[in-house]
Structure formats: C-alpha cells, structure tokens
Design a protein around this ligand. Structure first.
Ligand SMILES: *[C@@H]1O[C@H](CO)[C@@H](O)[C@H](O)[C@H]1NC(C)=O
Length: 326
C-alpha cells in the first residue's frame, strides 16, 4: 500500500473516531467449578469425587477465577466450594452473594451445593425500604431424612448500574436434571416472578448450569413465560471433565430493550480447539464468558460522555499527522 493511502486511511480513521462512540458493554462469566476440585482424596476417601493432587485444582482454579473476575460485571458460579475464597478478594472491587444447600457431611461434601453471584464495583445492590431485593433456595432433596432441601442451589439479586442507572435482576442457578427439572424450575419461577414485581425490574440475566440441552429461548421461557427479546451465549459442549457431551452452561438475557449483540468467549477453547488445563478434576465445567453490547444510539449518559472524552484524543492524533498529507 503506498504511503499516501496509508496516511489517508489514518486521516479518515481519525475523523471517524470522533463520530463513532464506544458502545456500553456488559461482561458476564458463568462457571460451574464443581466441588471435586476443592476436596482432598486423602482426607475424604471419596475417589473419584475429589482431587488426587489436592490442592492443585483449588489453587489453579481460584487463581484463574480471580483473573477472570477482574474483567467482568457479573459472574455466576456454581460449587465454588472454597469457604475462604472471598477473604482474599477486595470487597471494594467485588461484592458477592451466596446461597448454600446441604453440607451436613462437611463443606463441599455431597449432598452440598452453593450458588454465588459476584458483582463489580460498577454495580450497587438495589434495595427497597432498606432491605435488599434477594431470592435464594435449594431445589432438590438428596437425603430423604433431611428436613430441608439439601441440593441444587440458586440465588438472585437486583442491581443498579452506578453511572447509567440500568437496573437488572441477576439469577445464578445449578439446575436439577430432567425428571426433577420441572419442580425445580417451578420453585425458581415463582420466586423470580415475585422478585420482578417487588423490584419493578423486567430485565433478567440468567447465569446457570442448566443441565438441559434445550435452546436458550426454551430455558428462559420455562422460567418466565413472559420473557421477550431473549439473547444468549453460543451453545457449546462445556460439560464436563473429562468427557464433553453436554451443552449445559448458559448465559441468557431477557427483556433488555437496550442490548444490541452478544459475543461468546470460551477460555478453555471450543470443540475444535479444546485445551482443558491438566489440573481440572471430575465434573468441572468449562467457563463461559459473554460480552453484551448496548449500542450508543440509545439514551445513555455513560456512552455520551465516553464519546466526548475521545475528542481530545482525536485532536491530538490529528496534530500528529502532517497537515499536507490529510
Ligand atoms: C441425612 O439427614 C439426617 C437428618 O438431618 C442426618 O442425621 C444424616 O447425617 C444425613 N445423612 C447424610 C448422608 O447426609
């Protein structure tokens, strides 16, 4: 390419930067780490439902998790069975909310479950009359002599974006398999409908190990028959180590008028380029990341000011390009 056309391209690009503004992005992680990663085979004697190289999986997985959390607005985690994980996380940077089920045999020991929402400092918990808008429960009972349900955790919370005022309900869930799916969904659906009404929020973000092969639309409409504008992560075989046959892990949004598109990233690669780390243990799922984009044309205070902030950059770039060449 001749140098003059390169400079012309740069000039044109420079002009465009001022007009094309940065879309608002919403980044989300879904990951079922599974309890085996956090249990020592020596102390539990539960092989293969434990890590033979303990604490290798726990150390590597939590280290990867910390780096993934630095990039996202929200994370939905199932069976992050490390009770001290948040002791090492700055609570000013990342907030979290959990619902635990079971654990009578010990933390992380079946029947046990924990669903976790992690949220970045860009978001605040929405409250009414001083109390947070939260739901949580356990959808299944493994130990029939236990008084309460002891498995299949979910947790939900309503958030407000500190700059844009966007409100949304985030629901994290570890669904039961087919057979117990309908009863579990019925329980969550009732809670979800009530929380939506109480919070006056329609926008829902579901982060889940759904244990279903259904489409994103079917999964969301099972939970909320009024769901419109359903967008979701690309469906891949993310379950589970060491044999990947199931497309269970989903990030699904509904009722967002403002979301324009979504892009899925798989940190362990897809079906063609799968590179699962050697520290993974039985039943660990692949993490899934989605970036939703909100086009700037919609009325958003954050997007507009971002565009204005770029003007000095454009002017500085223009000054660097010799006037005669533009
Ligand atoms: C089942 O529940 C009963 C009553 O809570 C408890 O005593 C027992 O230890 C539990 N068994 C298992 C295997 O969790």
């Amino acid at each position: 390419m001749p140098i003059w056309s390169l400079l012309l391209a740069l000039c044109t690009e420079g002009i465009q930067i001022g007009e094309v503004s940065r879309p608002q992005s919403l980044k989300v992680l879904q990951w079922n780490l599974h309890s085996e990663c956090f249990l020592s085979c020596k102390s539990t004697k539960k092989a293969p439902h434990c890590d033979a190289h303990y604490p290798s999986c726990q150390q590597h997985a939590t280290s990867l998790l910390r780096s993934l959390l630095a990039e996202v607005d929200f994370a939905g985690l199932e069976q992050l069975s490390d009770p001290s994980f948040f002791d090492q996380v700055d609570s000013h940077e990342l907030g979290h909310l959990q619902h635990q089920c079971g654990g009578s045999q010990g933390y992380g020991m079946y029947p046990f479950d924990v669903a976790t929402i992690v949220f970045s400092a860009r978001w605040a918990v929405k409250e009414t009359a001083g109390s947070p808008l939260t739901i949580g429960g356990c959808m299944d009972k493994v130990n029939e002599s236990s008084k309460e349900n002891d498995y299949r955790a979910y947790v939900g919370q309503v958030f407000v974006h500190k700059d844009t005022g966007l409100e949304l309900l985030v629901l994290v869930a570890h669904y039961p398999h087919t057979g117990k799916y309908e009863a579990g969904v019925q329980m969550m659906a009732a809670d979800l409908a009530q929380l939506k009404a109480r919070a006056k929020v329609d926008e829902v973000l579901l982060l889940a190990d759904t244990n279903q092969q259904k489409s994103n639309l079917e999964i969301m409409q099972d939970l909320d028959p009024t769901a419109r504008r359903v967008l979701g992560s690309d469906v891949h075989l993310t379950c589970c180590y060491p044999a990947y046959f199931f497309q269970y892990d989903r990030i699904i949004s509904s009722n967002f008028e403002s979301i324009g598109s979504q892009a899925t990233t798989l940190p362990f690669g897809n079906e063609n380029t799968h590179h699962v780390p050697d520290w993974a243990t039985l039943n660990m799922h692949d993490p899934v990341l989605v970036e939703f984009l909100v086009p700037e044309s919609l009325p958003r205070s954050g997007g507009r000011s971002a565009a204005l902030q770029l003007v000095p950059v454009v002017l500085a770039l223009a000054a660097l390009v010799p006037r005669t060449s533009c």
